[in-house]
Design a protein around this ligand. Sequence first.
Ligand code: DX5
Ligand code: ZN
Length: 217
Amino acid sequence: MGQLAPSILSADFSKLGQHISLIEQGGADYVHMDIMDGTFVPNITFGGPVVKSMVGKTAVPFDIHLMVVRPELRIPDFATPQTAYITVHQEACTHLHRVIQQIKGLGIKAGVALNPATPETTLDYVLEDLDLVLVMSVNPGFGGQKFIPSAMDKIRRLDKIRKERGLSFKIELDGGANLQNAAELTAAGVDILVAGSAVFGAEDIPQRVRDFKALIK
Ligand code: DX5
Ligand code: ZN
C-alpha cells in the first residue's frame, strides 16, 4: 500500500500552517519538507526554525529532504520529535556511511536520495543500513518540473534488489508525480509518493490528497 507525502515546497509559505492542516484533513501520511541551501541546488527554502515551528501543530510526521552540501552539519537542526525520516543526497556526502549512522543515532529513520543521473549501484554497500531510498525523478531544486522517465527503471531495479537481498528499505519517488502516473509508480515499487504542485495546485487540496490516496492504495 502506497503512502503520500505532499511537498510543502508548492504550498503558500504565508499560510504554511493552514496548508499543512489541509493535507492532514485529506489523510496525508507525511509532510515532505524540502530544505535547499542555494549551493547544492540553486534555490534556498527554509531551515530548522521553520520546521521546529510546525512541531505539534499537526499530527502528520515530517519527511525531511536535505538538498544541502555537508548535511552532517545540518542534521541536528531537523531532528525534531516529529521527524520520521531525514534523507541526504548521495552526491552531497563524502562519508555516506557515517552520515547514515549519524541520522540513525538520533533515533530517526535514514534515507539517501539519488539524483536522476546517479545509479542505484552507488548504494550497494549501504542498502542494509538504509530505511529509505529516495529516487529523484526531476533534477532537484524546483517544484513543478516534468517527470524524467528513466526513474521508472531505477525504481524497478531497486525493488528487485530489495527482494533479492531480503531488505526492507522503502522506496520514495520525488518529482513530477501526478494523478496520471501515481498508480503505475506504486505498481513499480514506490512506497512513498512525494507530490508538490499536483497537490497544492489543486483548488480542493484535501480532496486532491484523497484522490492520490485512492490511486496508490
Ligand atoms: C524538488 C523537490 C520536490 C518538489 C516536487 O527538488 O525535492 O520535493 O517539491 O515537486 P513536484 O511534485 O511539483 O514535482
Ligand atoms: Zn523533495
